[in-house]
Design a protein around this ligand. Structure first.
Ligand SMILES: NC(=O)c1ccc[n+]([C@@H]2O[C@H](COP(=O)([O-])OP(=O)(O)OC[C@H]3O[C@@H](n4cnc5c(N)ncnc54)[C@H](OP(=O)(O)O)[C@@H]3O)[C@@H](O)[C@H]2O)c1
Length: 274
């Protein structure tokens, strides 16, 4: 990753584990100084200790993205440095359920993190990149952002927002020298997924996802992680307008207990297609 173009500091939102930790390790190896944000202090401290040991300069911020003061909190750690790269990684959905039954805090939090958070952080740090005429912004999305899946209504809708928002942001920022990418992620073996009890044997590795994000930052507005079957899934759900009901029923994200089977099927289908 080009330190002169995107450095000296990178801010990773959701930077303590999984894909976020992979971004941190890869950027630190390229000489970036890092600000890492997450809620739990311990994983942040452990990653900081690991990267400190390799000579990197790391700041950590414990903050909750669902809270309205989160940008102010993070700014306390960044106002005195040049953030040339923003990676907004956090955004997974940990509570599934019918939207009419879930407590309102669940969709509120998903929307705060994936909608308000992506907008507020990209506006603030993007404005300073525009002043410098260079920088990069990666906002993470999901295959779920192409089709509404029952029990994941707010999540799918928030990721659709993220995709459309990022496309527009790319169109605005590209002429101003700032690279913008919506990194569309499929099923990936992160601690968040493991904690949900998801069988991750067919999942992509966090390192591969982060590497593809960094390698494709100039290929915006969109990069779909190259896990076999991901692109195929996007093409399928973007399909016919005349029977969207069948499309949703056949292609919605399955219940958690069926995810491994679906991932295996996706890989097999991709093999046949390829
Ligand atoms: N894993 C998959 O299969 C998959 C599939 C499609 C898309 N994605 C997308 O990939 C991205 C990463 O997903 P992930 O599976 O690694 O889980 P994640 O929970 O979105 O990300 C994990 C990181 O974000 C932090 N984080 C989570 N909620 C936070 C909050 N409210 N405030 C501050 N930090 C928070 C976590 O630390 P703390 O828990 O300590 O806060 C951790 O550092 C997400 O945008 C997700 O939508 C993932």
């Amino acid at each position: 990753m080009d330190l002169a173009k995107y450095g000296p500091w990178a801010l990773i939102i959701g930077g303590s584990e999984g894909v976020g930790a992979s971004f941190a390790r890869q950027l630190a190896a390229d000489g970036f100084k890092l600000v890492l944000v997450a809620r739990k202090l311990r994983p942040l401290e452990e990653l900081k200790a690991e990267l400190d040991g390799e000579g990197a300069e790391i700041r950590i911020v414990s903050a909750d993205l669902s809270q309205p003061d989160v940008l102010e909190k993070v700014r306390e750690a960044t106002d005195d440095v040049e953030v040339g790269l923003l990676v907004y990684n956090a955004g997974a959905n940990n509570t599934r359920g019918l939207i009419v039954e879930l407590p309102h805090e669940v969709p509120d939090s998903v929307i705060a993190i994936n909608v308000h958070g992506q907008v507020n952080f990209s506006r603030h740090y993007g404005a300073m990149m525009v002043e410098r005429g260079q920088g990069g912004i990666i906002l993470t999305g999901s295959l779920g952002g192409y089709l509404g899946s029952p029990t994941l209504a707010a999540y799918c809708a928030s990721k659709a927002f993220s995709r459309i928002y990022t496309e527009a942001l790319w169109g605005e920022m590209q002429p101003l020298g700032v690279d913008v990418l919506h990194l569309n992620i499929g099923f990936t073996a992160t601690p968040a997924m493991e904690r949900l009890g998801m069988p991750i044997e067919f999942a992509e590795t966090p390192d591969a996802v982060a590497r593809e994000g960094l390698e494709n930052i100039t290929n915006g507005p969109l990069h779909i992680v190259s896990t076999p079957g991901n692109e195929d899934q996007v093409r399928r759900v973007g399909g016919p307008l005349d029977d969207r009901g069948a499309l949703v029923k056949d292609n919605a994200i399955p219940p958690r207990e069926e995810t491994a089977q679906a991932a295996q099927q996706q890989a097999e289908n991709a093999g046949k297609v390829g």
